[in-house]
Design a protein around this ligand. Structure first.
Ligand code: LLP
Length: 419
């Protein structure tokens, strides 16, 4: 697990003692490593050497302003899916000229904000969306730069909830309608047709799905070039997986090289939209064990983090490695035991680990849930009126608070008390 090591029996993440972080910032706490984020981003950049490529970080994976600012500083652009993400990018100094706006359901307000910002590209997913975008752009005397999001009908072989490139999924335009969409786009006054793209799913650990999609992409690129004469942008999507438990995905560098070798259009800017593979392994969720209880079947470790803080286990049966802050919690004398790590939320689905061999935690122990830098905090909610966790970035060898723990006043701040 990148970033983790035991020093004198005490778990460290990116050089910082996990127990000390928990004592200083309290738990539940998300901790990110600037160094690890940077390393992953740079692996993408190495893979892109010698080609026209723009890496657009998928903001949905982790939208903290400090994370966005860090990536913007390294040269990344952004893949956004809402007006909220656009707003965050603007606040974090992300250049609009590197922003691509994806998503099946853009509202007028969101489209107008993006037009105003003069973003690089709108990734359009339907004929109706294209018409609407054209009308709104034309109204303000603009032509919106568009990439048609195609559905390549490729099986990403990932969890069905995060597979997006099949006919059965709501995403993209059927690739059989490609030519017709190109013709239609050219009749619209507010559209500057600039390319096309695809995205087949997330947490792909095998390149074969990516290769299949790229081969289809290559075919479409030739058709686009035939009709349009030039192909400014080809968006190869995101989706590269990471190691949660034994998976062996390629490094970003290898993956990018492989895809670029298939998409051999040197004049075209190839976009990649990685989220998870940049931030996923660079984050951990720290939690404190509140109580332990045992029945005939197993042990329940009840901690102060819950499904509202990290929903991936409940939603996708996701696996996150669990590391005790004290190394001696696992030893020959103290073997792993069958158990669940659960939170305080009143739902049976509120577990962070179920039926797993876990360290025999004791009350007040700190545990780290690894590989939670992507789709962790961003999917947190206030269910059970639980304030969302704080976030810390380890930067320049020091932990820096990058989001305060939500307060009780913050919980109710948008409510109107009709008394
Ligand atoms: N581009 C598009 C159009 C996407 O829909 C997504 C992810 C990405 C890029 C970034 O994919 P990544 O590189 O992060 O795999 N909440 C789920 C993941 C949902 C992904 C949705 N789309 C999870 O926790 O596993």
């Amino acid at each position: 697990l990148p970033g983790f090591e035991y020093l004198n029996g005490d778990l460290h993440f990116d050089g910082q003692s996990v127990s000390k972080l928990a004592a200083q910032f309290k738990t539940p706490l998300y901790v990110y490593s600037e160094r690890l984020i940077q390393e992953r981003y740079e692996s993408y950049v190495r893979g892109a050497a010698g080609r026209r490529v723009q890496i657009c970080f998928a903001v949905k994976a982790n939208s903290n302003l400090s994370v966005l600012r860090l990536l913007a500083g390294l040269g990344a652009g952004a893949d956004i899916v809402s007006g909220g993400e656009l707003y965050r990018c603007q606040k974090a100094g992300m250049p609009s000229s590197k922003i691509v706006f994806s998503g099946v359901g853009k509202t007028d307000d969101e489209i107008e904000a993006a037009l105003q910002a003069q973003i690089m590209l709108f990734s359009v997913e339907s004929a109706e969306e294209l018409n609407r975008l054209s009308a709104l752009a034309a109204r303000s005397g603009q032509r919106a730069p568009v990439s048609l999001r195609m559905n390549p009908d490729v099986d990403a072989k990932t969890h069905p909830y995060i597979s997006t490139g099949l006919k059965a999924n709501k995403f993209g335009i059927p690739y059989t309608e490609f030519d017709a969409m190109i013709d239609h786009a050219q009749t619209l006054p507010g559209i500057e047709l600039s390319g096309f793209g695809y995205h087949i799913g997330s947490q792909l650990t095998d390149v074969s799905g990516f290769e299949e999609a790229a081969l289809r992409g290559k075919e479409l690129a030739r058709r686009f070039l035939e009709k349009m004469g030039k192909l400014p942008f080809l968006d190869a999507g995101g989706g590269l997986g990471i190691r949660y438990k034994g998976e062996a995905p390629p490094e970003p560098e290898q993956y990018v090289r492989r895809i670029l070798s298939i998409l051999d259009f040197p004049e075209t800017t190839i976009l990649f939209e990685p989220g998870r593979s940049i931030v996923g392994s660079a984050g951990a969720l720290l939690t404190t064990i509140l109580f332990r209880k045992e029945n005939e079947e197993k042990t329940f470790y009840i901690c102060d983090a819950a499904m509202n803080d990290l929903i991936r286990p409940a939603l996708y049966s996701a696996y996150h490695e669990i590391l005790p802050a004290r190394e001696d919690r696992v030893s020959d004398r103290n073997p792993l035991r069958r158990g669940d790590l659960v939170g305080p939320v009143c739902e049976t689905g509120d577990f962070l680990a179920r039926d797993r061999d876990l360290p025999h935690f004791e009350q007040s122990d700190i545990a780290a849930l690894a590989t939670t830098g992507a789709y962790g905090f961003v999917m947190a909610s206030n269910y059970n009126s639980r304030p969302r966790p704080a976030e810390v970035m380890i930067a320049g060898g020091k932990p820096v608070l990058i989001r305060r723990r939500e307060t009780l006043d913050g919980l109710i701040s948008a409510e109107l008390d009709l008394s």
